[in-house]
Design a protein around this ligand. Sequence first.
Ligand SMILES: [Mn+2]
Length: 227
Amino acid sequence: MSEYRTSQYQPSEPMGDLLSERSAANLAKWSVSTASYVLPCRGETATGDRAVVRRFGHDSVMAVLFDAAGHGHQAALRADELVTTLMHLPDDTPQAWLQHLHTQLSGTFGAVGAALRVDLRDGTMDAVCIGDVAWVVQSPEFRQFTRTPGLLGVALPALPRTPIRLQGPLRVVGLTDGIRSAALQELMRPSRLSAADFAEHIVRGHARPHDDAACLVIDIVPGARGF
Ligand SMILES: [Mn+2]
């Protein structure tokens, strides 16, 4: 069985302007590191569950976790198309990004998904979630984001905008429905594991054998490490 592992520290994208041309006020004040772990359904080597993270210079980090309907090769092909779309979208709201996926998936069996944007200068975060994907703050205090019922490509209701002002270090975790809900118990307390180790721990410990399973861990900390 193959697995997909990604670990990114401040995923690199062209920084645009030279730093020397920017005033300190325009530099990122927060840092984001992420890791994901994806395991295909038993007997499959490809998966429709994917995590995508992009960084937009000093402006933002955007993260998406989605589960294309079904599993195996067909779901993986659809997922590849969605990843390509996500890799080309401009910085925008998480609601707008899910709207893009919804439009692209029209006429298909659809997908469920969650999206998040961290504003690296303002210190705010907004997150949305469509369908059966868990999107939670693990630490400092457990909190589950509102899940909007729906299916990307089939039915997309109005998505709430509920930005949160970041106060300190925050870990956000996304789980697709291939992870048993018992995993939420583990998310109700902080973990000392790194983002990568925690993502693997959750998938290895709680994946259902008959569905793709994915976990995306996003650590947000104050300070502009890496510049
Ligand atoms: Mn699934």
